[in-house]
Design a protein around this ligand. Structure first.
Ligand SMILES: *Cc1c(COP(=O)(O)O)cnc(C)c1O
Length: 386
C-alpha cells in the first residue's frame, strides 16, 4: 500500500477520558449511544467504532442505512446500531435481518415494517420519533395514538424499542424556551404511552448539549455526538459547565482526540520580490525559505486558509504563503532552521508546546467544527494511537 498525502491519528486515552466525563455527567444507568454519522464526524467509522467499544460503548447511531452498514462491518457482534434518518423501503428487511434499530416517523411506515418483519421472520426494533417542535422528522400527535395501537396489536413482530425526539438547538441558551416546550410535549407523549399500558425499552431525547447541560432530559439513554470527540457543543454549554463546577473544569474536561498530520514534501529558497504559487497572492518581502506540503483543498484543507492559517513544524508556527492549491500548499519556514524534507507537519492538533484547534481554524474559514470535520475525505487514513 502506498502512502497517502496526510493521516489522522485518534487518541484512545483522550476518548476514554471523554466517555468518563460524559458518564459522570449523565450518571449511572443511562445508556450512551455513540453518534457516528458522517463517518464519525470525520474521525472515521472503521477506526472510531472499535475505539468506542474499548470504552464500554455498545450502541451506535447513524443517519442512514448506508452508514449502518459501515458500522456493522466495524463493530463487535454485541453492539447495537440505530438508524435515525434515511432507510429506504427496499432496505427495511435488510435492517430487520441484521437486528438494526430504526426511527419510524410516519404512521404509514408501520404496516410495511410489519410485512418485512414477517418476511424476515424476525422482530423489527422500532423507535417512534415524535414531533415536539423541531419540525424536521417526527410523528405528529394525531398519528401517535394510531401507531401505539398498531405496535400493541403487532407486538409479536415489532419491538417498541424507543420513544424519542430531537431538540432543535439545545446548544444555544437563547433557545431554552423552545427546548423547554419540546420537553413538555415529549412528556405528554410519555403519558400517552403510560395511559395505554405501553412502555418502550428506552426514552431518549438528549444530544450532547442537552446531556451536558440539562440533566432532566437524559432519561435512560442519550445520543452523544460531538462531545465524545472532545468538543463542547457551544460556548453556552461550556460556560454552564464552568458555572456548575465553580470554574474548576480543567482536569476532567473534554479532550480533542483528533490530530491531522502530513510531511514536508520539498523545501526551496525564494528570493525577495518573487511570487509564491499561483498568481500574485503572496510576494516575498525578503529572502525566504518555503516548505511545500502535499495536500490541498481536494484533501479537505479549506481554501479559505490561503495566506491566513498556519501549520506546526518542529513545534513552531509556519504561516501559509499564497493560495491553497488543489493538492499542494506552501508555508514559510524561514525561522525554522532545522527543517528538512520528510519532517512532520501538524495541520490540526498538538506538536510540542503548540496546538492548532479545529475551532481556531474554523474562525477563519467560517465553517462549523462539525462541517469541517465531517467533510474530511474518507480516503485519508485514520489510526488509533495511545
Ligand atoms: C446528530 C444527532 C445527534 C447528536 O448530536 P450532537 O450534538 O453531536 O451530540 C443526536 N440525535 C440526532 C437525532 C442527531 O441527528
Amino acid at each position: 500500500m502506498v502512502r497517502h498525502s496526510s493521516r489522522i491519528e485518534l487518541s484512545q486515552s483522550s476518548l476514554k477520558s471523554n466517555f468518563n466525563f460524559i458518564r459522570k455527567k449523565v450518571g449511572p444507568g443511562v445508556r450512551i449511544s455513540s453518534v457516528v454519522k458522517a463517518n464519525a464526524y470525520g474521525h472515521g467509522i472503521h477506526e472510531f467504532v472499535p475505539m468506542a467499544e474499548k470504552c464500554g460503548v455498545e450502541h451506535f447511531s447513524v443517519a442512514s442505512a448506508f452508514e449502518a452498514e459501515e458500522v456493522l462491518e466495524a463493530c463487535s457482534s454485541d453492539s447495537s446500531i440505530m438508524i435515525m434518518g434515511i432507510l429506504y423501503d427496499q432496505d427495511i428487511q435488510w435492517a430487520i435481518e441484521n437486528g438494526i434499530e430504526f426511527f419510524v416517523f410516519n404512521y404509514d411506515r408501520l404496516p410495511l415494517v410489519l410485512e418485512k418483519a414477517k418476511a424476515a421472520d424476525k422482530k423489527a426494533k422500532v423507535h417512534i420519533e415524535v414531533e415536539t417542535g423541531a419540525n424536521r422528522t417526527g410523528m405528529n400527535a394525531r398519528e401517535v395514538p394510531k401507531a401505539l395501537s398498531f405496535l400493541k396489536k403487532n407486538a409479536r413482530y415489532i419491538e417498541f424499542e424507543g420513544l424519542c425526539t430531537h431538540f432543535g438547538g439545545a446548544e444555544s441558551l437563547s433557545n431554552k424556551f423552545k427546548i423547554d416546550s419540546q420537553h413538555r410535549k415529549f412528556k405528554e407523549f410519555i403519558k400517552l404511552c403510560k395511559g395505554r399500558g405501553m412502555r418502550p425499552n428506552h426514552y431518549h431525547i438528549a444530544c450532547s448539549a442537552a446531556a451536558l447541560a440539562y440533566p432532566e432530559t437524559t432519561y435512560d439513554m442519550v445520543r452523544i455526538g460531538v462531545a465524545q470527540y472532545g468538543f463542547w457543543p457551544s460556548p453556552d454549554i461550556f460556560y454552564m459547565h464552568l458555572q456548575s463546577t465553580g470554574n474548576s473544569a480543567n482536569s476532567t474536561s473534554l479532550k480533542r482526540i483528533f490530530t491531522w498530520k502530513t510531511d514536508v514534501m520539498d523545501i526551496r529558497d525564494v528570493d525577495e520580490g518573487e511570487f509564491i504559487g499561483y498568481g500574485t497572492a503572496f510576494q516575498a518581502i525578503r529572502d525566504m525559505k518555503v516548505a511545500v506540503l502535499p495536500l490541498g483543498y481536494s484533501n479537505g484543507y479549506p481554501r479559505a486558509q490561503s495566506n491566513r492559517g498556519h501549520v506546526l513544524i518542529h513545534g513552531k508556527k509556519a504561516p501559509i504563503t499564497g493560495l491553497i492549491n488543489m493538492n499542494l500548499f506552501m508555508v514559510d519556514v524561514s525561522h525554522i532552521k532545522e527543517v528538512k524534507v520528510g519532517d512532520e507537519a501538524v495541520l490540526v492538533g498538538r506538536q510540542k508546546n503548540n496546538t492548532i484547534n479545529v475551532s481556531s481554524f474554523t474562525d477563519v474559514t467560517r465553517l462549523l467544527n462539525n462541517e469541517m470535520l465531517s467533510r474530511l475525505p474518507a480516503a485519508i487514513p485514520r489510526k488509533a494511537v495511545r
